[in-house]
Design a protein around this ligand. Sequence first.
Ligand code: TRP
Length: 326
Amino acid sequence: MNQKRILSGMRPTGLLHIGHYVGALENWIELQNQYECYFLIADYHVLTTDLDTKDIYNNSIKMLIDWLSAGLDPNKCLMFRQSQIKQHAELFLIFSMFITANRLERNPTLKDQVRDLNLDNVIYGHLGYPVLQAADILLYKGDFVPVGEDQVPHVEISREIARRFNNQYGIVFPEPEPLLTTFPRLPGLDGNAKMSKSLNNTILLSDSPDEIKSKIRKAVTDKNKIRKGDPGNPDICLIYSYHKKFNSLETEEIYQNCKSGALGCADCKAKCTLRISDFFSPLREKRNYYESNYQEVLDILANGENAAKTVAEKTMNEVHQKMNLG
Ligand code: TRP
């Protein structure tokens, strides 16, 4: 076991989809065997774009069930809610003294959100999103942060903050590094490059085989391939990119037969449905287990939160000492 620590997190905005699995969870599940791992339910971060908190607890538990079903193992990693560990808020405050407003205004993810969500005004907490994320990572002295490409600017901001804090008060924090996921992003069912809940183009981890079937049946394919016999272009077909991930044995054959026209989209989709259903079948079983053992889920969360609190207190004691706030 490597002594380095991993920290990552997700915002609890609803049920997870297979893009989350390929882009993050699958990687986390590997990492929990190699490192000390901390996985955070970033419930405070949700507030930056949505102040309606009525579903926040339920969404957090749903996400935890998704995590557990996917294979995160409470004996190997800690899972906890950000809001339950007060030190996140305290470290966020301290860290906000170590970065300029100008630097945060230049954060590319903020610019993207302002555009995508049509925001007229940016709240102070949204500007500070990466500062809270730096607190998430550094409170547990995370060395590596497995994230998608889009989150790299936040890890960079965390490094800058860690460096400045250490220069000012003496070394407390590591300078965390991003760990990028290698598998390319899964496209959505509508052909959009990104699978995303807000685009309504997802296959959920919790979808039943029937739901998977009907979603895939409606998915967009190569528009020039109208009927069986027409040659298709698998390189631009989202179904083919799903095959590449979930049907590695047949990919080559599917590629050739799509190109030649021998394979029609309906048959190709049926194969894809079968593979995806099979691939996620163990997850559905585990989900059934956790849904009928709800108390166990709550206990896992409580244990994670207790253990995370101990680590957070220890880091904050060091911070207080170095800062002469003891
Ligand atoms: N910002 C991340 C996202 O939207 C979620 C997150 C919050 C996170 N805190 C984190 C990720 C700390 C990695 C480390 O996906």
